[in-house]
Design a protein around this ligand. Structure first.
Ligand code: PLP
Length: 450
Protein backbone atom coordinates (compact mmCIF):
# COMPACT_ATOMS: atom_id res chain seq x y z
CA UNK A 1 0.00 0.00 0.00
CA UNK A 2 3.06 2.27 -0.05
CA UNK A 3 4.34 3.57 -3.37
CA UNK A 4 8.05 3.31 -4.11
CA UNK A 5 8.88 6.79 -3.00
CA UNK A 6 7.01 6.36 0.31
CA UNK A 7 8.76 3.04 0.84
CA UNK A 8 12.13 4.75 0.35
CA UNK A 9 11.20 7.43 2.88
CA UNK A 10 10.03 4.75 5.33
CA UNK A 11 13.32 2.85 5.04
CA UNK A 12 15.23 6.08 5.53
CA UNK A 13 13.26 6.91 8.70
CA UNK A 14 13.77 3.46 10.25
CA UNK A 15 17.43 3.55 9.28
CA UNK A 16 18.00 6.88 11.00
CA UNK A 17 16.07 5.81 14.08
CA UNK A 18 17.63 2.37 14.58
CA UNK A 19 20.69 1.73 12.44
CA UNK A 20 24.01 2.92 13.80
CA UNK A 21 26.13 3.72 10.75
CA UNK A 22 29.88 3.11 10.49
CA UNK A 23 32.46 5.91 10.38
CA UNK A 24 29.75 8.55 10.65
CA UNK A 25 28.22 11.22 12.86
CA UNK A 26 24.74 9.77 13.31
CA UNK A 27 22.85 13.07 13.05
CA UNK A 28 24.61 14.05 9.86
CA UNK A 29 24.81 10.86 7.80
CA UNK A 30 21.94 10.02 5.43
CA UNK A 31 22.38 6.64 3.77
CA UNK A 32 20.50 6.40 0.49
CA UNK A 33 18.05 3.47 0.41
CA UNK A 34 18.82 1.14 -2.49
CA UNK A 35 15.87 -0.57 -4.15
CA UNK A 36 17.81 -2.88 -6.46
CA UNK A 37 20.93 -3.42 -8.56
CA UNK A 38 22.03 -5.24 -11.67
CA UNK A 39 25.40 -5.49 -13.38
CA UNK A 40 27.20 -2.17 -12.82
CA UNK A 41 24.17 -0.16 -11.77
CA UNK A 42 21.96 0.33 -8.74
CA UNK A 43 18.85 2.43 -8.19
CA UNK A 44 16.95 4.12 -5.41
CA UNK A 45 13.18 4.29 -4.69
CA UNK A 46 12.75 7.62 -6.46
CA UNK A 47 13.64 6.60 -9.98
CA UNK A 48 17.36 7.50 -9.90
CA UNK A 49 19.80 4.98 -11.38
CA UNK A 50 23.54 5.21 -10.74
CA UNK A 51 26.46 3.73 -12.61
CA UNK A 52 28.65 2.38 -9.83
CA UNK A 53 32.26 3.55 -10.09
CA UNK A 54 32.87 2.38 -6.51
CA UNK A 55 31.73 -1.29 -6.59
CA UNK A 56 30.20 -0.52 -3.16
CA UNK A 57 33.36 -0.65 -1.01
CA UNK A 58 35.45 -1.88 -3.93
CA UNK A 59 34.09 -5.38 -3.47
CA UNK A 60 31.41 -6.12 -6.07
CA UNK A 61 34.00 -7.27 -8.59
CA UNK A 62 31.61 -9.58 -10.45
CA UNK A 63 28.86 -6.93 -10.64
CA UNK A 64 25.43 -7.02 -9.03
CA UNK A 65 23.10 -10.02 -9.12
CA UNK A 66 25.14 -12.25 -11.39
CA UNK A 67 22.47 -14.89 -12.14
CA UNK A 68 24.81 -17.89 -11.82
CA UNK A 69 26.20 -16.67 -8.54
CA UNK A 70 22.74 -16.01 -7.16
CA UNK A 71 21.66 -19.52 -8.26
CA UNK A 72 24.67 -21.14 -6.57
CA UNK A 73 23.79 -19.48 -3.28
CA UNK A 74 20.15 -20.53 -3.64
CA UNK A 75 21.18 -24.13 -4.34
CA UNK A 76 23.49 -24.23 -1.34
CA UNK A 77 20.81 -22.63 0.85
CA UNK A 78 18.37 -25.37 -0.13
CA UNK A 79 21.01 -28.04 0.65
CA UNK A 80 22.78 -26.91 3.84
CA UNK A 81 22.86 -23.41 5.33
CA UNK A 82 25.08 -23.80 8.35
CA UNK A 83 27.86 -26.05 9.50
CA UNK A 84 30.61 -25.19 11.94
CA UNK A 85 34.36 -25.18 11.33
CA UNK A 86 34.83 -28.39 13.32
CA UNK A 87 33.16 -30.39 10.52
CA UNK A 88 34.38 -30.74 6.96
CA UNK A 89 32.11 -29.40 4.25
CA UNK A 90 32.12 -29.89 0.48
CA UNK A 91 31.69 -26.20 -0.39
CA UNK A 92 34.50 -25.22 1.96
CA UNK A 93 36.90 -27.90 0.72
CA UNK A 94 36.27 -26.97 -2.88
CA UNK A 95 36.60 -23.24 -2.24
CA UNK A 96 39.93 -23.76 -0.45
CA UNK A 97 41.23 -25.94 -3.29
CA UNK A 98 40.24 -23.40 -5.95
CA UNK A 99 41.78 -20.50 -4.02
CA UNK A 100 44.99 -22.48 -3.40
CA UNK A 101 45.16 -23.33 -7.11
CA UNK A 102 45.15 -19.62 -8.01
CA UNK A 103 47.56 -18.56 -5.26
CA UNK A 104 51.29 -18.31 -6.04
CA UNK A 105 54.04 -20.66 -4.85
CA UNK A 106 53.31 -23.04 -2.00
CA UNK A 107 50.44 -21.05 -0.57
CA UNK A 108 48.18 -24.06 -0.47
CA UNK A 109 46.00 -23.82 2.62
CA UNK A 110 43.22 -21.45 3.54
CA UNK A 111 42.09 -20.24 6.93
CA UNK A 112 38.64 -18.77 6.27
CA UNK A 113 37.23 -15.72 8.03
CA UNK A 114 34.14 -13.61 7.50
CA UNK A 115 35.96 -10.51 6.24
CA UNK A 116 39.20 -8.68 5.62
CA UNK A 117 39.96 -7.36 9.10
CA UNK A 118 39.68 -10.81 10.63
CA UNK A 119 41.91 -12.16 7.89
CA UNK A 120 44.61 -9.67 8.86
CA UNK A 121 44.12 -10.40 12.56
CA UNK A 122 44.75 -14.07 11.95
CA UNK A 123 47.61 -13.55 9.53
CA UNK A 124 49.35 -11.47 12.18
CA UNK A 125 48.70 -14.08 14.82
CA UNK A 126 50.10 -16.80 12.58
CA UNK A 127 53.20 -14.72 11.92
CA UNK A 128 53.72 -14.00 15.62
CA UNK A 129 53.27 -17.58 16.76
CA UNK A 130 55.35 -18.89 13.85
CA UNK A 131 58.30 -16.56 14.49
CA UNK A 132 57.94 -16.21 18.26
CA UNK A 133 58.48 -12.49 17.67
CA UNK A 134 56.43 -9.48 18.58
CA UNK A 135 56.75 -6.49 16.29
CA UNK A 136 54.79 -5.81 13.16
CA UNK A 137 55.75 -3.30 10.48
CA UNK A 138 53.19 -1.75 8.17
CA UNK A 139 53.05 1.39 6.10
CA UNK A 140 51.59 4.81 6.62
CA UNK A 141 48.69 5.37 4.23
CA UNK A 142 47.46 1.81 4.55
CA UNK A 143 44.12 0.37 5.61
CA UNK A 144 43.88 -3.14 7.06
CA UNK A 145 40.52 -3.26 8.89
CA UNK A 146 38.69 -1.91 11.91
CA UNK A 147 38.79 -4.58 14.62
CA UNK A 148 41.77 -5.67 16.65
CA UNK A 149 40.78 -5.38 20.27
CA UNK A 150 38.07 -8.00 20.58
CA UNK A 151 40.49 -10.84 21.14
CA UNK A 152 42.50 -8.93 23.73
CA UNK A 153 39.30 -8.04 25.56
CA UNK A 154 38.47 -11.74 25.94
CA UNK A 155 38.90 -13.02 29.48
CA UNK A 156 39.92 -16.68 29.09
CA UNK A 157 42.83 -18.79 27.82
CA UNK A 158 41.85 -18.47 24.18
CA UNK A 159 43.22 -14.95 24.41
CA UNK A 160 46.77 -15.94 25.46
CA UNK A 161 48.45 -16.36 22.16
CA UNK A 162 46.88 -13.13 20.90
CA UNK A 163 47.75 -10.94 23.85
CA UNK A 164 50.80 -9.47 22.19
CA UNK A 165 48.57 -8.14 19.44
CA UNK A 166 47.90 -4.65 20.74
CA UNK A 167 51.38 -3.23 21.12
CA UNK A 168 54.40 -3.53 18.91
CA UNK A 169 53.17 -1.89 15.73
CA UNK A 170 55.69 0.24 13.85
CA UNK A 171 54.90 2.30 10.75
CA UNK A 172 57.17 3.12 7.86
CA UNK A 173 56.76 4.91 4.52
CA UNK A 174 55.99 2.98 1.39
CA UNK A 175 56.72 4.26 -2.12
CA UNK A 176 54.48 7.06 -3.45
CA UNK A 177 56.35 8.79 -6.25
CA UNK A 178 53.91 11.70 -6.69
CA UNK A 179 54.37 12.72 -3.05
CA UNK A 180 57.68 11.03 -2.45
CA UNK A 181 58.70 10.92 1.20
CA UNK A 182 62.20 10.33 -0.20
CA UNK A 183 62.47 13.29 -2.61
CA UNK A 184 63.06 10.89 -5.44
CA UNK A 185 62.92 12.01 -9.06
CA UNK A 186 61.80 8.81 -10.75
CA UNK A 187 60.33 5.38 -10.09
CA UNK A 188 63.70 3.60 -9.88
CA UNK A 189 64.99 6.08 -7.32
CA UNK A 190 61.72 5.90 -5.36
CA UNK A 191 62.10 2.13 -5.24
CA UNK A 192 65.72 2.23 -4.12
CA UNK A 193 65.17 4.89 -1.47
CA UNK A 194 61.98 3.27 -0.13
CA UNK A 195 63.92 0.02 0.32
CA UNK A 196 66.81 1.84 2.01
CA UNK A 197 64.32 3.47 4.35
CA UNK A 198 62.74 0.12 5.24
CA UNK A 199 66.18 -1.41 5.82
CA UNK A 200 66.99 1.48 8.17
CA UNK A 201 63.72 1.11 10.07
CA UNK A 202 64.47 -2.59 10.47
CA UNK A 203 67.97 -1.79 11.71
CA UNK A 204 66.81 0.50 14.50
CA UNK A 205 63.77 -1.60 15.42
CA UNK A 206 65.92 -4.74 15.52
CA UNK A 207 65.24 -7.03 12.56
CA UNK A 208 65.19 -10.09 14.79
CA UNK A 209 62.34 -8.55 16.79
CA UNK A 210 60.07 -8.27 13.77
CA UNK A 211 57.46 -10.97 13.17
CA UNK A 212 55.85 -9.58 10.04
CA UNK A 213 55.76 -6.91 7.42
CA UNK A 214 52.13 -6.35 6.46
CA UNK A 215 51.71 -4.61 3.12
CA UNK A 216 48.87 -3.87 0.74
CA UNK A 217 50.32 -5.10 -2.57
CA UNK A 218 48.74 -2.08 -4.23
CA UNK A 219 47.54 0.44 -1.64
CA UNK A 220 43.79 0.80 -2.15
CA UNK A 221 41.67 3.28 -0.24
CA UNK A 222 44.61 5.57 0.46
CA UNK A 223 45.27 6.39 -3.14
CA UNK A 224 45.85 3.36 -5.40
CA UNK A 225 49.60 3.47 -4.88
CA UNK A 226 51.14 1.04 -7.34
CA UNK A 227 54.60 0.00 -6.12
CA UNK A 228 57.49 0.65 -8.51
CA UNK A 229 58.94 -2.46 -10.18
CA UNK A 230 61.43 -4.08 -7.85
CA UNK A 231 59.92 -2.81 -4.61
CA UNK A 232 58.04 -5.95 -3.61
CA UNK A 233 60.98 -8.15 -4.56
CA UNK A 234 63.18 -5.91 -2.39
CA UNK A 235 60.83 -6.25 0.57
CA UNK A 236 60.74 -10.01 -0.01
CA UNK A 237 64.56 -10.09 0.10
CA UNK A 238 64.66 -8.16 3.40
CA UNK A 239 62.10 -10.55 4.88
CA UNK A 240 64.17 -13.53 3.73
CA UNK A 241 67.35 -12.09 5.17
CA UNK A 242 65.84 -11.64 8.65
CA UNK A 243 63.28 -14.45 8.82
CA UNK A 244 60.36 -12.01 8.74
CA UNK A 245 56.93 -13.14 7.51
CA UNK A 246 55.73 -11.18 4.48
CA UNK A 247 51.96 -10.72 4.57
CA UNK A 248 50.38 -9.36 1.40
CA UNK A 249 47.02 -7.76 2.13
CA UNK A 250 45.05 -8.38 -1.06
CA UNK A 251 41.65 -7.79 0.48
CA UNK A 252 41.02 -5.01 -2.04
CA UNK A 253 43.70 -5.64 -4.69
CA UNK A 254 43.03 -9.36 -5.22
CA UNK A 255 40.57 -11.35 -7.31
CA UNK A 256 40.59 -9.39 -10.53
CA UNK A 257 40.80 -5.82 -9.28
CA UNK A 258 44.38 -5.38 -10.58
CA UNK A 259 43.79 -7.46 -13.71
CA UNK A 260 45.41 -10.43 -11.96
CA UNK A 261 44.08 -13.16 -9.68
CA UNK A 262 46.45 -11.80 -7.07
CA UNK A 263 48.23 -8.47 -7.46
CA UNK A 264 51.56 -10.05 -6.44
CA UNK A 265 51.37 -12.10 -9.67
CA UNK A 266 52.13 -8.95 -11.60
CA UNK A 267 55.57 -8.75 -9.98
CA UNK A 268 56.15 -12.48 -9.58
CA UNK A 269 56.62 -12.20 -5.82
CA UNK A 270 55.47 -14.94 -3.44
CA UNK A 271 54.58 -13.76 0.06
CA UNK A 272 54.31 -16.08 3.05
CA UNK A 273 50.68 -15.20 3.69
CA UNK A 274 48.02 -13.55 1.55
CA UNK A 275 44.89 -12.08 3.09
CA UNK A 276 41.77 -11.78 0.94
CA UNK A 277 38.04 -10.95 1.18
CA UNK A 278 35.90 -8.66 -1.02
CA UNK A 279 36.42 -9.91 -4.59
CA UNK A 280 36.64 -13.60 -3.64
CA UNK A 281 32.84 -13.73 -3.92
CA UNK A 282 32.04 -10.03 -4.36
CA UNK A 283 30.52 -9.89 -0.89
CA UNK A 284 27.38 -11.77 -1.92
CA UNK A 285 27.90 -13.55 1.43
CA UNK A 286 30.56 -12.29 3.88
CA UNK A 287 33.87 -14.13 3.36
CA UNK A 288 37.58 -13.56 3.82
CA UNK A 289 40.62 -15.58 4.66
CA UNK A 290 44.36 -16.16 4.88
CA UNK A 291 46.22 -18.25 2.31
CA UNK A 292 49.11 -19.95 4.07
CA UNK A 293 52.49 -21.15 2.81
CA UNK A 294 53.58 -24.69 3.67
CA UNK A 295 56.42 -23.32 5.80
CA UNK A 296 54.05 -21.46 8.09
CA UNK A 297 51.40 -24.18 8.03
CA UNK A 298 54.13 -26.59 9.21
CA UNK A 299 54.43 -24.57 12.43
CA UNK A 300 50.99 -25.80 13.28
CA UNK A 301 51.23 -29.41 12.20
CA UNK A 302 51.68 -30.77 15.72
CA UNK A 303 51.04 -27.61 17.76
CA UNK A 304 47.42 -26.32 17.62
CA UNK A 305 46.69 -23.05 15.89
CA UNK A 306 45.32 -20.75 18.59
CA UNK A 307 42.29 -19.20 16.88
CA UNK A 308 38.89 -19.80 15.31
CA UNK A 309 35.54 -18.29 14.41
CA UNK A 310 32.02 -19.76 14.58
CA UNK A 311 31.16 -18.74 11.02
CA UNK A 312 34.46 -19.33 9.27
CA UNK A 313 34.20 -21.31 6.07
CA UNK A 314 30.43 -20.81 6.12
CA UNK A 315 28.82 -23.05 3.47
CA UNK A 316 26.82 -20.24 1.82
CA UNK A 317 29.93 -18.07 1.63
CA UNK A 318 32.12 -20.89 0.36
CA UNK A 319 29.58 -22.07 -2.22
CA UNK A 320 29.46 -18.50 -3.52
CA UNK A 321 33.27 -18.39 -3.70
CA UNK A 322 33.35 -21.64 -5.69
CA UNK A 323 30.73 -20.31 -8.10
CA UNK A 324 32.39 -16.91 -8.37
CA UNK A 325 35.84 -18.33 -9.17
CA UNK A 326 34.34 -20.61 -11.84
CA UNK A 327 32.42 -17.70 -13.36
CA UNK A 328 35.62 -15.63 -13.37
CA UNK A 329 37.31 -18.45 -15.31
CA UNK A 330 34.44 -19.07 -17.75
CA UNK A 331 33.87 -15.39 -18.49
CA UNK A 332 37.57 -14.43 -18.43
CA UNK A 333 36.84 -11.64 -15.97
CA UNK A 334 40.45 -11.19 -14.84
CA UNK A 335 41.56 -10.75 -18.47
CA UNK A 336 38.68 -8.34 -19.08
CA UNK A 337 39.70 -6.26 -16.05
CA UNK A 338 43.29 -6.09 -17.27
CA UNK A 339 42.19 -5.05 -20.75
CA UNK A 340 39.87 -2.36 -19.41
CA UNK A 341 42.86 -0.90 -17.58
CA UNK A 342 45.35 -0.92 -20.43
CA UNK A 343 43.01 -0.08 -23.32
CA UNK A 344 40.23 2.05 -21.86
CA UNK A 345 40.75 3.52 -18.39
CA UNK A 346 44.47 4.31 -18.71
CA UNK A 347 44.23 6.11 -22.08
CA UNK A 348 40.96 7.89 -21.22
CA UNK A 349 42.21 9.13 -17.85
CA UNK A 350 45.35 10.44 -19.55
CA UNK A 351 43.14 12.55 -21.84
CA UNK A 352 41.04 13.69 -18.90
CA UNK A 353 44.21 14.74 -17.07
CA UNK A 354 45.17 16.86 -20.09
CA UNK A 355 41.82 18.63 -20.08
CA UNK A 356 41.56 19.41 -16.35
CA UNK A 357 44.13 21.50 -14.49
CA UNK A 358 42.88 20.13 -11.14
CA UNK A 359 44.03 16.62 -12.05
CA UNK A 360 47.47 16.28 -10.51
CA UNK A 361 48.06 12.63 -11.33
CA UNK A 362 46.24 9.56 -12.59
CA UNK A 363 47.59 6.12 -11.73
CA UNK A 364 46.49 2.53 -11.48
CA UNK A 365 46.06 -0.78 -13.22
CA UNK A 366 43.20 -3.13 -14.06
CA UNK A 367 39.99 -1.59 -12.72
CA UNK A 368 41.88 0.03 -9.84
CA UNK A 369 42.63 3.70 -10.64
CA UNK A 370 43.02 6.97 -8.78
CA UNK A 371 42.54 10.51 -10.01
CA UNK A 372 44.37 12.74 -7.56
CA UNK A 373 43.13 16.34 -7.46
CA UNK A 374 45.24 19.39 -6.66
CA UNK A 375 44.86 23.15 -6.23
CA UNK A 376 48.09 23.78 -8.04
CA UNK A 377 50.01 21.45 -10.33
CA UNK A 378 53.33 23.13 -9.60
CA UNK A 379 53.16 22.83 -5.80
CA UNK A 380 50.96 19.70 -5.86
CA UNK A 381 48.94 21.17 -3.01
CA UNK A 382 45.98 18.79 -2.56
CA UNK A 383 42.55 20.12 -3.60
CA UNK A 384 41.48 19.61 0.03
CA UNK A 385 43.75 19.26 3.08
CA UNK A 386 44.63 15.76 4.34
CA UNK A 387 41.70 14.22 6.25
CA UNK A 388 39.57 17.32 5.62
CA UNK A 389 36.01 17.54 6.95
CA UNK A 390 33.19 20.09 6.79
CA UNK A 391 33.89 23.35 4.98
CA UNK A 392 37.48 22.28 4.23
CA UNK A 393 36.16 19.31 2.28
CA UNK A 394 33.73 21.37 0.18
CA UNK A 395 35.55 21.08 -3.15
CA UNK A 396 35.41 17.28 -2.98
CA UNK A 397 31.81 17.35 -1.70
CA UNK A 398 30.81 19.53 -4.64
CA UNK A 399 32.60 17.25 -7.07
CA UNK A 400 30.87 14.22 -5.53
CA UNK A 401 27.48 15.89 -5.83
CA UNK A 402 28.21 16.76 -9.47
CA UNK A 403 28.91 13.08 -10.23
CA UNK A 404 25.75 11.91 -8.50
CA UNK A 405 23.57 14.51 -10.25
CA UNK A 406 24.83 13.09 -13.52
CA UNK A 407 24.09 9.47 -12.52
CA UNK A 408 27.58 8.35 -11.50
CA UNK A 409 28.37 7.00 -8.04
CA UNK A 410 32.03 7.88 -7.38
CA UNK A 411 34.47 6.58 -4.77
CA UNK A 412 35.96 9.65 -3.12
CA UNK A 413 38.71 9.66 -0.52
CA UNK A 414 40.46 12.82 0.69
CA UNK A 415 41.61 14.69 -2.44
CA UNK A 416 41.11 11.82 -4.85
CA UNK A 417 38.43 9.99 -6.72
CA UNK A 418 38.94 6.36 -7.61
CA UNK A 419 37.78 4.64 -10.75
CA UNK A 420 36.88 1.23 -9.33
CA UNK A 421 33.83 -0.13 -11.17
CA UNK A 422 32.98 -3.84 -11.23
CA UNK A 423 35.55 -5.91 -13.16
CA UNK A 424 32.66 -6.97 -15.42
CA UNK A 425 31.68 -3.47 -16.53
CA UNK A 426 31.08 -3.20 -20.27
CA UNK A 427 33.26 -0.94 -22.36
CA UNK A 428 30.21 1.16 -23.22
CA UNK A 429 29.23 1.71 -19.59
CA UNK A 430 32.82 2.40 -18.65
CA UNK A 431 33.21 5.07 -21.35
CA UNK A 432 29.87 6.58 -20.33
CA UNK A 433 31.05 6.78 -16.71
CA UNK A 434 34.40 8.28 -17.68
CA UNK A 435 32.69 10.96 -19.72
CA UNK A 436 30.47 11.86 -16.73
CA UNK A 437 33.63 12.02 -14.62
CA UNK A 438 35.23 14.26 -17.25
CA UNK A 439 32.24 16.60 -17.09
CA UNK A 440 32.05 16.63 -13.26
CA UNK A 441 35.76 17.50 -13.00
CA UNK A 442 34.99 21.01 -14.26
CA UNK A 443 33.56 21.52 -10.75
CA UNK A 444 36.95 20.58 -9.25
CA UNK A 445 38.67 22.90 -11.75
CA UNK A 446 36.58 25.72 -10.23
CA UNK A 447 38.68 25.41 -7.08
CA UNK A 448 42.01 25.41 -8.92
CA UNK A 449 44.21 28.28 -7.87
CA UNK A 450 47.46 27.48 -9.69
N1 PLP B 1 42.46 -4.64 4.00
C1 PLP B 1 42.23 -3.83 2.97
C2 PLP B 1 43.33 -3.54 2.01
C3 PLP B 1 40.98 -3.25 2.80
O1 PLP B 1 40.76 -2.43 1.77
C4 PLP B 1 39.95 -3.55 3.73
C5 PLP B 1 38.61 -2.96 3.59
O2 PLP B 1 38.40 -2.00 2.89
C6 PLP B 1 40.25 -4.40 4.79
C7 PLP B 1 41.51 -4.94 4.89
C8 PLP B 1 39.20 -4.74 5.82
O3 PLP B 1 38.25 -5.59 5.31
P1 PLP B 1 36.83 -5.73 6.03
O4 PLP B 1 36.15 -4.41 5.93
O5 PLP B 1 36.16 -6.84 5.27
O6 PLP B 1 37.08 -6.12 7.46
Amino acid sequence: DMNDSERGAHIRRLDRKHVFTSWAAQDVVEPMPIAGALGSEFWDYDGHTYLDFSSQLVNVNIGYQHPKLVAAIQEQAARLCSVGPNFANDARSEAAALIAAQAPGDLDRVFFTTGGAEANEHALRMARVHTGRHKVLSTYRSYHGSVGNSMVATGEPRRWAAETGVSGHVHFWGPYAYRSPFYSVDAAQECERALDHLANVLMVEGPNQVAAILLETVVGTNGILVPPDGYLAGVRALCDRYGIVLISDEVMAGFGRCGEWFAVDRWGVTPDLITFAKGVNSGYVPLGGVIISERIAASFSTKPYPGGLTYQGHPLACASAVASIKIFQEEKIVEHARWLGTDVIGPELAKIADRHPSVGEVRGLGVFWAVELVKDRATREPLVPFNATGADAKPMADFTAACKERGLWPFVHFNGTHVVPPCTITEIDLRRGLSILDDALTVADGYYTG
